[in-house]
Write a protein that binds this ligand. Structure first.
Ligand SMILES: Nc1ncnc2c1ncn2[C@@H]1O[C@H](COP(=O)(O)OP(=O)(O)OP(=O)(O)O)[C@@H](O)[C@H]1O
Length: 256
């Protein structure tokens, strides 16, 4: 991967994450069936401490790529330019749950906490409390293959939250959940005292209603190459108008 991305340490106040002029290109090679792909172009995004930002956009517009860059990761084979303020203080939940098939549920949940150097007893106690909160109590010793798709996703989210990192980057965390469980998990996330914990969340979702329910701001990316076409603050008491604005931004010809 090549990079002209300059990175800086995360600040303790103000913006939790910031990218400016972010462009990500995947060069075509002889081995690839497609030519050069510009995934993101000139993207500016600032997420402040305590904010919950949802990112929506058409499939393939670069949402996952953006989240990777915010996580401080370099997209495999990609060329990245722009400016980013990112740091180690993020916890990234990729689309695929990434559970280790050879570890039972509880040790799987503890992986990130171990890497973060969290005290074992503290992490263990926190994990057991979260198993209850995430509706996974009783499944601590289950193997990943013994869990449903939704349970696996909840376990992956639990693992992401466990180390208590200041910024959560969630890539379609509820995609495999049924409507009722999804609503329950949405309520749990909505109940997090983000400002109180100095936390920020960036959520990638295809679901406009989920974005409106959870986020303080919804950022809409265009078709590839993904550019920011709308950055909409969500009024808590007037989401109908915001919903129409979002749907029009996502599909200008389709009407809301
Ligand atoms: N490692 C890679 N190598 C080559 N091309 C890539 C790579 N990762 C992503 N891309 C391309 O970059 C573009 C954006 O991909 P990305 O996964 O970020 O989109 P997305 O908006 O998250 O899509 P979806 O909503 O379908 O998950 C796509 O055209 C994809 O093919």
């Amino acid at each position: 991967m090549t990079s002209s991305l300059s990175t800086e340490a995360p600040p303790t106040s103000g913006p939790a994450l910031e990218v400016a002029g972010l462009t990500v290109t995947f060069p075509g090679t002889g081995r690839r069936a497609v030519g050069e792909v510009v995934a993101l172009q000139d993207v500016d995004l600032r997420v402040r401490v305590g904010e919950f930002v949802a990112v929506v956009g058409p499939s393939g517009c670069g949402k996952s790529t953006l989240l990777r860059v915010l996580a401080g990761l370099t997209p495999t084979g990609g060329s990245v330019s722009g400016r980013a303020v990112v740091g180690a203080a993020t916890a990234w939940m990729p689309q695929r749950d990434g559970l280790l098939p050879w570890r039972r549920a509880l040790p799987n949940a503890l992986v990130g906490a171990r890497i973060a150097g969290l005290d074992r007893a503290v992490a263990d106690a926190r994990a057991r409390a979260l198993f209850d909160e995430f509706g996974l109590a009783g499944f601590e010793r289950a193997w990943p293959h013994e869990l449903s798709g939704g349970m696996r996703q909840r376990l992956a989210l639990l693992r992401t939250c466990l180390p208590g990192r200041p910024v959560l980057l969630l890539d379609e965390p509820f995609g495999a959940l049924d409507a009722i469980t999804r609503r329950r998990m949405n309520a749990w996330l909505a109940g997090l005292d983000l400002a109180g914990h100095g936390r920020a969340v960036v959520l990638v979702t295809h679901d406009v209603d989920e974005a409106l329910l959870l986020a303080d701001r919804v950022v809409v990316l265009s078709d590839r190459p993904g550019r920011v076409v709308l950055d909409l603050p969500v009024p808590r008491d007037a989401t109908d108008g915001a919903r129409r604005t979002l749907l029009t931004a996502l599909d200008p010809r389709g009407g809301a």
